[in-house]
Design a protein around this ligand. Structure first.
Ligand SMILES: [Zn+2]
Length: 166
C-alpha cells in the first residue's frame, strides 16, 4: 500500500512546508517528491504559445490532418485501388506499343533472365543486365559512307564532294 499523504496535502491545499516536512520522514514520498521536483524543473521553461487567429486555425486543422485507426483502413484501401488503377493504365499503354516497333525483337522475361529473339529469328537466353532495361538484339551492319554533299573533307573521288571530282 502506498502512502498518499502528499496527495492528501496537495488536494487540501496545505502549504508546501507541510509536504516538505512529510517528505523528510517518508522514504516513498521523498522519491515521489523528487520526481515531482524534476518534473516541475522540466516544465517551468515551457510557455504557452501566443494566442492568435492563425494558431486557432492551426489547432482546428489538426483533426482534419490526422487519421484515426478506423479511417486508416479506408485510406489504405483507396491507396491500393489507386496503385492498381495506375498499374492497369501502364499495362494498357504498354499493350498499345508492344509489337509496333518493327526493329524491336520479341523478348520474354523468364525466371531471372530474358529470352530474346535475335535477328536470325533464333530465341536465345540473355542474362538480365544490372540496369532495369530489356536488352535489344540488333544486327551489326557495316558503316556506310556519308552522302558526298555532306563530306567535303573526303578526297576527290567517288565518295568525295561533287566539286572535287575533276
Ligand atoms: Zn508518505
Amino acid at each position: 500500500m502506498s502512502c498518499r499523504e502528499l496527495e492528501r496535502l496537495f488536494v487540501s491545499g496545505a502549504p508546501g512546508a507541510e509536504a516538505s516536512a512529510h517528505r523528510r520522514t517518508c522514504a516513498e514520498c521523498a522519491r515521489i517528491g523528487a520526481d515531482a521536483d524534476q518534473t516541475r524543473s522540466l516544465v517551468e521553461g515551457l510557455a504557452a504559445p501566443v494566442w492568435s487567429p492563425a494558431l486557432r486555425r492551426t489547432l482546428f486543422e489538426i483533426p482534419r490532418q490526422t487519421v484515426s485507426c478506423e479511417g486508416a483502413d479506408g485510406l489504405l484501401a483507396a491507396a491500393l485501388d489507386e496503385e492498381r488503377r495506375l498499374l492497369e493504365t501502364i499495362d494498357a499503354y504498354r499493350r498499345v506499343f508492344a509489337g509496333r516497333d518493327p526493329y524491336a525483337r520479341l523478348a520474354w522475361w523468364n525466371a531471372g533472365g530474358y529470352l530474346i529473339q535475335f535477328p536470325d529469328h533464333v530465341v536465345r537466353p540473355v542474362a538480365a543486365p544490372p540496369l532495369p532495361v530489356v536488352p535489344v538484339a540488333v544486327p551489326l551492319l557495316a558503316a556506310s559512307a556519308p552522302p558526298a554533299g555532306h563530306a567535303p573533307w573526303l578526297p576527290p573521288g567517288p565518295l568525295g564532294p561533287p566539286g572535287g571530282q575533276r
